[in-house]
Unconditional design. Sequence first.
Length: 182
Amino acid sequence: MPVRHAKRGSADMPQALPNSTSVTLDGILDPERIVCGIVARSKKHALDILSEVLSGGERPLHKLDVFDNLMQRERLGSTAIGHGIAIPHARIENLLQIRAGFVRLDEPVDFDAADGKPVHMMLGLLVPHGNEEQHLALLSTIATMLGDGQYRDSLESAADPDELYDLLTEVELPGSDETGSS
């Protein structure tokens, strides 16, 4: 099945997360980094697909570097958070800003999730080295967002990448002042 991307303007301009009490994925999630209708044979294949999605854009990254970093992080423990969701993430050398991508699989794949459920949606994050507090705060708020059953249902039933983009960027994530850039 062909990869379907959202069609909108680029969000690849360097932007920091707002220094406020809420955080959104707007500014770090490029519409071209959202795909659905994807078939993956395994966890490794799903991470390879996510690496391709995350490495694209106006400032492309080396796909193999992204893949290697995601796999290295995954070896430390599964990034599956339950309910068919994973948040693969990695720190990338020379990355100027946080970058996100979203992949919705047609068929779930085993991801070694604690709840035993295979993963069918992945929200991938790449973060620059040196801002661990922002990285952890963002992971926490995204996990909270994706932990909401109604929100997950809306992501699952979204008709296309454009609708997924709207859902992912219009939600404000509860955050703290520490999520702002330094």
